[in-house]
Design a protein around this ligand. Sequence first.
Ligand code: PLP
Length: 391
Amino acid sequence: MFDNSVAQRIGQLHTESAFQILAKAKALEAQGRHIIHMQIGQPDFKTPQNIIDAANRAMNEGFTGYGPTPGLPEARTAIAEYAARHKGIKTSMEEVIVVPGGKPIMFFTMLMLINPGDEAIYPNPSFPIYESCIKFAGGIPVPYRLSAKNDFRLDIEEFKKLITPKTKLVLLNSPSNPTGGVFTRDDYMAIADVLRDRPDIFILADEIYDRLIFEGEVFSIASLPEFKDRTVILDGYSKTYAMTGWRLGFGIMHPDLVSHMEMLMVNSCSCTSTFSQIAGIEALKGPQDSVDIMREAFIERRNYLVEALNGIDGITCCMPKGAFYVFPDISSFGLKSKEFAERLLDEFGVAAAWGTAFGEYGEGYMRLSYANSLDNIKIAVDRLEQFTKTL
Ligand code: PLP
């Protein structure tokens, strides 16, 4: 209903299939089926107690009203200090904007920088919202392929060929969703070499998984002084601190871009929940042992899962170096990845995302999120193996 009434721009938006798969898996559970959830990018841990306590204290102390649109000064300062410490970027609170989750930085950046007809180069497969937001802003999405043969790092020669006079924005996401690939410092240097003489091209660096790098180093392209002013960093608390439902994220960018983004914030959200921001200060400044425990658990699950998947005839899976996803190649079974994932859920009760949910170059793959207990992961692998034997 209303398909002919809603504004045309709404037709440019696409969904995130992981949420659709979740809804279907829940519906099957409601019918009494036992489902293992490997489809959603959400840590299965509870938010650390010190952060919950800080939010409770903040509410009791009166942080329940509107706050400044770009964020509480103390929250912005804590983020700037964190960025200096963790990402090696010299920054200050004027360059920080606090928003409800990591996603708004994506949406706002496209609305702020892309004019109709501008090209935005983005990884494929990747988080589906990138392409959706580029199109919504009237831009032309130009995919760069991430492929397993290259450990899901970018092929710089291919990347170079995609730059045109119309290129306005380049999206980087390391560690990557859905592949778990991590760019090396050399990859960043090569990208910097390609973009150096095109100061008109901006970069959106999605660093939301950069506390979950298992092999390799943390590196932000904004730590290169000549790239700082034209980079927008997207980051947040969802993945690192198991805070997906708190809706708390931030962007780091030139203060003039912060002012423009502030206009988008004031016209949409007004501000970010103030008690969440106070809890976010505790997250960044308080003890980090919960983050280390979650990280270790992810590494143990990843190691198990990759070995187990490679032990199934017909599946090959490269070792992801970060995030909490594996992206195995299932092309040998001859099914489209969507059909493979749908049948795996319908027939064997394992919910996974199909590769093409992340773009056309995801065909032949599926994404399994290992944000689930090792026991459940073992059941999922057994069921997956049984499924493959039926094909
Ligand atoms: N960027 C990437 C690559 C993601 O995978 C996600 C969430 O899955 C986000 C951004 C958005 O994070 P948030 O839930 O904080 O909006």
